[in-house]
Design a protein around this ligand. Structure first.
Ligand SMILES: Cc1ncc(COP(=O)(O)O)c(C=O)c1O
Length: 454
């Protein structure tokens, strides 16, 4: 399939058929600093996970500082001076975590005044913050302007709000978010003729061009460029490449019709991570390198100046850095049917299995390399029969009191956590060099009542 100047079939085959020749083991899903110590226990950042569980209780989320930094560094090194890397705060936005990301030089993508508030409390450099989101409120827009963030316009409603809210004399940095009409999950690289998305201005309806025209006409807007995002947990970069080609076609149209040449082109986030041994996502360097090469080639093929690339990974930075620790409680055998191993967390701290049919590959902290001898389902403790974290996990013999480790739990777990069933949300520690630092304490029963008028 030829899109613009790019043969996507070739790229698709390359990306789908990548063989890395690595040894498959669930340990590869763990943060980079993991090792099995002399006691046979799993260690991350020089900290024994069983000791961490004893010290802080469970459920406990453990983030490895070395992994956060190395993922950030890989993105930043691949980008160099050809664009910007933003961390997408929605993946996990604890101030202690954001400070590490900020110190690696990344920008930040926030989607609400609340996320912006967290970023400001973390001391995130505000000139590196982008404010996204559909259906922004007046409060959102005012907060973004007051903070000095760049605003990503998602609909005509945002332009109306800006007309009302921008103080006289102020020129607000903005991007226009475009929906390129690419269905990222099908792997068929078919642009949807009829775009059906709540996000962004559609190209085919003419809304994207109209939004750019309106933004250029307003003194209160300094239009820095365009933005797009096609989806999340994507392994096949063909969808991103197709979206880039569509955006470049739009750039050529805007140059021809409006004389507009954007300085920045946002390609969104979406890079997937490995949740099980079978998963083989592109690396951050491959993701950025592929997009940069396509951008350079596509811009030159259309005689356009090359805009700076902006990417905004969330999962690919936070996800591999975090593991969840749970204590095994009740074990229920239904002979000939199933063995349920229940843990002290579940859908309240990790909704992903229920929301997305997400898969995980758990390990035992005291025996991470033990041969699997049984097939069990890991149940949570919430009063929902669908509260199953992992179905049919293969593990060594599991006993009550064991510490169960879920790798790749750093993104979209705690970020989506609730207090359902009156279960306080877990604590979070960051580990590095044999030390653990509590960055979020476990909630108390009083926290359950914090907003209630008693
Ligand atoms: C606009 C936008 N940017 C970035 C992201 C981050 O995506 P990911 O965590 O898959 O990199 C998302 C997540 O859905 C998003 O909606």
């Amino acid at each position: 399939m030829l899109v613009g100047s790019l043969d996507l079939t070739h790229l698709a085959i390359q990306s789908l058929g990548r063989a890395r020749g690595r040894t498959s083991s669930p340990l590869m899903l763990l943060p980079v600093s993991h090792r099995v110590n002399e006691r046979g226990h799993l260690e991350i950042g020089g900290c024994d996970l069983i000791e961490l569980a004893q010290r802080h209780g469970t459920p406990l989320y453990v983030y490895d500082e070395a992994t956060v930094r190395s993922r950030c560094q890989e993105f930043m090194a691949a980008m160099g001076d050809r664009g910007e890397v933003l961390y997408s705060a929605k993946a996990f936005a604890s101030p202690g975590f954001l400070r590490i990301v900020a110190s690696e030089g990344l920008g930040l993508d926030v989607v609400s005044a609340g996320e912006l508030h967290i970023a400001l409390r973390a001391g995130y450099p505000t000139d590196r913050i982008y404010f996204l989101g559909n259906n922004k409120s007046e409060e959102d827009v005012a907060a973004a302007i007051a903070a000095g963030a760049t605003l990503v316009l998602d609909g005509f409603h945002d332009i109306e709000l800006l007309r009302r809210v921008v103080p006289a004399g102020h020129r607000q940095r903005c991007l226009v978010r475009v929906s390129p009409g690419v269905d990222a999950q099908t792997h068929t690289f078919i642009a949807t003729g009829q775009l059906d998305s709540k996000f962004g201005f559609s190209i085919e309806s003419g809304a994207a061009r109209a939004a750019v025209e309106q933004a250029l006409a307003l003194d209160s807007i300094q239009l820095e460029g365009l933005h797009s995002h096609i989806g999340s947990q994507i392994y096949d970069l063909g969808g991103h490449l197709q979206a880039l080609e569509i955006m470049l076609d739009l750039l050529a149209q805007l140059k021809g019709e409006l004389g507009y040449e954007p300085r920045k082109l946002g390609a969104g986030g979406g890079l997937g991570i490995a949740y099980t041994e079978q998963d083989d996502p592109p690396t951050p360097a491959e993701f950025v390198g592929t997009l940069l090469a396509a951008l350079a080639g596509g811009a030159s093929a259309r005689s356009l100046p090359q805009p700076a690339l902006v990417v905004e990974p969330g999962r690919a930075i936070a996800g591999p850095a975090g593991v969840a620790l749970y204590t095994v409680g009740s074990i229920k055998d239904i002979p000939g049917v199933r063995r349920y191993v229940a843990v002290d967390g579940g859908m309240g701290d990790n909704i992903r299995p229920k929301l997305y049919d997400a898969l995980y590959q758990p390990l035992l902290a005291h025996d991470p390399e033990g041969a699997a001898t049984e097939t069990v389902s890991i149940a949570g403790k919430y009063c929902e029969s669908t509260d199953i974290l992992v179905s049919d996990a293969r593990l060594p013999s599991v006993r009550t009191g064991d510490i169960l480790v879920i790798p790749a739990a750093g993104a979209y777990c705690l970020a989506m956590a609730s207090q359902y069933n009156g279960l306080p949300r877990p604590a979070v520690v960051i580990v590095s060099g044999g030390r653990d630092r509590l960055i979020r304490r476990r909630e108390t029963y009083d926290d359950l009542l914090a907003a209630e008028i008693l």
